[in-house]
Design a protein around this ligand. Structure first.
Ligand code: 3H9
Length: 705
């Protein structure tokens, strides 16, 4: 921690070191220490200028997010007060930034009189991802330095920028060639500024880049229109735009006050609480029972995927995209060729959208080696089986794998519902076996359900957790049960959607309610996208094990029998114009639904949007409660991530279990009880839901122990 004694002298320059591991978050104690060190330097007549830099791997990750709930963020000196003090200093202050400077950790350098960095450093204002606006002057100073269009892009996306780019934009004044030189370069610049006449230059006084924006009054509305799709439902991106507008229209201090008010409003909003919950949930998910930080991890430099169908091909792409060579096997040439064609087609489409260069696509393709030689996978560090969902076939494959794989190889199955323990039991090394449930399309969806078998070793779990990050996935560890956590929670959601249309709703109403709630699409549109033939096959497959009382609506099967397979046939739950993905309600489906209700003896009724939402959401939350109490999932926030990354649950609602806590667990319980009295299927409140409701508890506070 810097304190007055920690203010180092380099000639006439006072060098202050921020030191608050692990990420130099600007917590109250660090702010107090920085203020003390700075005031000591101001009083010291020998000191003519300052450099602020940091110990550890980064400059600063910003305000301490945990303080948002404790109230300490508002205690003096606030970050805003500190930055104002630094900016007003008659002695110039240079920030020496390395590693990362995010949020308040970047607003601090913006308030300094100059910034020096080193290649590879990332700087940015990611506050929007936490549902807030930058609250210590970021929205007022950044546009003054780099212009409004670039500032809008950076602040509203929250994406970090490389220091090299910042240098080109005039954000960084000088680049040191290496970390070893950083402080030297900053000290020299501080000396130079101290030698200049007059007060040091302040970003708040700059107006040239704002003047450019005043020439273009349509700028903000155009920008709003450009983000309408990706920012749908989110409040913070629009609040960020308003703050930048204020920077252009108001004098600095008024703009700053507007930003402050907006920050406080956003910080107190449910959306921000939900997004902060997601931030910590992602970090919490990395903690897995029985796996220590020091648990050794296998290094994965060669992967193999068995099966080059849609799933296998998508999984192979994940490895190639991460620069890991991968072999894909099939049993016959035709299937292998078709699989590789699909992979090539996927890359070509990404190139045509301008998201990947031709050369990069070629380089990735070169990492995928198709082969018919099963034995060639013997040297792989990890093998992922992605063949048809059939227990006998999987057992046969794992017996063969056991015979040829290296003793330390990780053997994974991509099963979405079969018993991983039963598969592992055919091998001589069940501790090396794990489930890796990818979601379709595997190269796109970020969720990876990591299924821990009874005997899966901590080393294997630690290795696949690390690997999931490397291949761009959010790995969530779950236990073995039918359908695991994600699909098990999906079933009641899909089941209720089916019942709602039997009782009186129509697919377009259900889908509208779910879309307005914030999902990218409703259950029926999703069915059409995935293919109603796929859903039909899954139901056929599950039929022998379906509990007798577990009814589902027959309408989906009827659509399948009519050849309505969804988007692929331009007809499914909806109708589609050739080449379009816009769903259009179809009279044939409406008539089928009404007829089915009649056949089932159900008198159709008006169903409110509220009931639709509750009937879709609460049963899945209820199933989440069962998953938790059975120990399939360690914590409710893992289930939130499953739904965020597997099914597009709106991030600003924090996931289904957080949503349950925010509407009130007792309310969810009472509503489920009411539903169960009327409709029996699967709606019986879970014991954990009942207990939390009675005790006034929340899923967030619940823990298995
Ligand atoms: C802000 O600045 C508001 C201002 O505009 C206005 C103020 C008035 N606070 O991610 P990691 C913890 S809002 C508290 O695993 P990495 C993290 O939880 C802030 N804690 O490391 C973890 O704890 P644990 C804007 C924080 O190397 C540990 O540090 N800033 C914070 O993978 C290690 O983190 C951001 O949004 C924090 N700010 O990634 C940046 N940051 O070990 C947020 C981290 O107990 N941070 N922790 O699980 C990040 O994006 C990443 O942490 C970073 C490092 C990329 C920096």
């Amino acid at each position: 921690m810097p304190d007055p004694d920690h203010l180092d002298r380099r000639g006439a320059v006072g060098v202050i070191t921020l030191d608050n591991p692990p990420v130099n978050a600007l917590s109250l104690s660090l702010r107090v220490a920085l203020q003390d060190a700075f005031e000591a330097g101001l009083e010291d007549p020998e000191i003519e200028a300052f450099v602020i830099h940091s110990a550890g791997r980064m400059f600063s990750a910003g305000a301490d997010i945990r303080e948002f709930d404790s109230g300490a963020a508002g205690e003096s000196p606030t970050l805003g007060e500190l930055i104002a003090m630094i900016e007003a200093s008659p002695k110039p202050v240079v920030a020496a930034v390395h590693g990362a400077a995010f949020g308040g950790g970047f607003e601090l350098p913006l308030g300094c009189h100059a910034r020096v960095s080193v290649p590879g450093t990332r700087v940015g204002l990611p506050e929007v991802t936490l549902g807030i606006v930058p609250g210590a002057g970021g929205t007022q100073r950044l546009p003054r330095l780099i212009g409004v269009p670039a500032a809008l892009d950076a602040i509203v996306s929250g994406k970090p920028m490389k220091a090299e780019k910042g240098y080109e934009l005039g954000l960084i004044d000088e680049m040191a060639s290496s970390l070893d030189d950083l402080v030297d370069v900053a000290v020299r610049l501080a000396e130079k500024l101290a030698a200049e006449d007059g007060p040091p230059p302040k970003v708040r006084d700059r107006d040239d880049r704002l003047a450019e924006a005043r020439e273009n009054p349509g700028l903000f509305d155009d920008f709003r229109a450009s983000i309408a799709r990706r920012a749908r439902g989110f409040e913070a991106p629009y609040a960020c735009i308003e703050c930048i507008e204020a920077a252009v229209e108001k004098p600095f201090d008024e703009g700053l006050a507007f930003e402050r008010e907006t920050f406080t409003r956003c910080r107190n909003s449910l959306q921000s609480k939900a997004q902060r919950h997601v931030f910590f949930a992602e970090r919490e998910a990395r903690r897995v029972r029985g796996v220590e930080k020091a648990t050794p991890k296998a290094s994965i430099s060669q992967a193999a995927v068995l099966g080059c169908g849609t799933m296998g091909g998508g999984i192979a792409m994940c490895f190639a995209n991460a620069g890991i060579p991968v072999r894909v096997t099939e049993t016959e040439q035709g299937a292998l060729d078709r699989g590789m064609d699909k992979i090539r087609g996927n890359y070509a489409s990404t190139v045509s959208k301008g998201r990947l260069s031709e050369a990069d696509a070629e380089a990735r393709l070169a990492l995928i080696e198709p082969t018919l030689d099963f034995d060639s996978i013997a040297d792989a560090d990890i093998v992922i089986e992605a063949v048809f969902e059939d227990m006998a076939l999987k057992k046969e494959i794992f017996t063969r794998l056991d015979a040829i794989c290296r003793p330390d190889a990780i053997m994974a199955t991509n099963t979405s519902s079969l018993d991983v323990d039963e598969i592992a039991a055919v091998t001589s090394r069940p501790e090396q076996v794990v489930g890796l449930h990818f979601f379709s399309p595997a190269n796109v969806m970020r969720l990876l359900e990591i299924v821990r078998g009874e005997k899966t070793s901590p080393e294997v779990l630690a290795s696949v957790m690390a690997m999931s990050g490397r291949i761009g996935k959010v790995g969530i560890v779950v236990g073995v049960c039918d359908a695991f956590a994600a699909n098990r929670m999906l079933y009641p959601y899909a089941q209720q959607a089916g019942f709602l249309i039997e009782e009186g709703a129509f697919p377009e109403q259900v889908d509208r309610v779910i879309y307005e709630f914030g999902f990218p699409m409703g259950p029926f549109g999703l069915g059409d996208l995935a293919g109603l033939d796929v859903g039909w096959r899954v139901r056929q497959h599950r039929e022998p094990t379906r509990p007798k009382d577990l009814r589902y609506s027959p309408i989906a099967d009827r659509l399948y029998e009519m050849g309505r397979y969804g988007q692929k046939t331009n007809r499914g739950w909806f109708r589609y114009e050739e080449g379009s993905r816009t769903p259009i309600p179809d009279l044939e489906v409406t008539e089928l639904i009404v007829r089915t209700s009649e056949e089932l003896g159900i008198e159709r009724r008006e169903i409110s949007d509220e009931e639709i939402l509750q009937r879709c959401m609460y049963p899945l939350i209820n199933m989440g409660a069962r998953v938790l109490e059975e120990g399939i999932s360690e914590r409710s926030s893992d289930l939130d991530l499953v739904w965020l990354y597997g099914y597009g649950f709106p991030r600003y609602r924090g996931g289904p279990m957080f949503y349950a806590d925010s509407v009130g667990v007792d309310h969810v319980y009472e509503t489920m009880k009411r539903f169960h009295e009327v409709h029996t299927d699967w709606l019986e409140p879970a014991p954990l839901l009942e207990r939390l409701a009675r005790e006034g508890g929340t899923f967030g506070d619940w823990s298995a122990s």
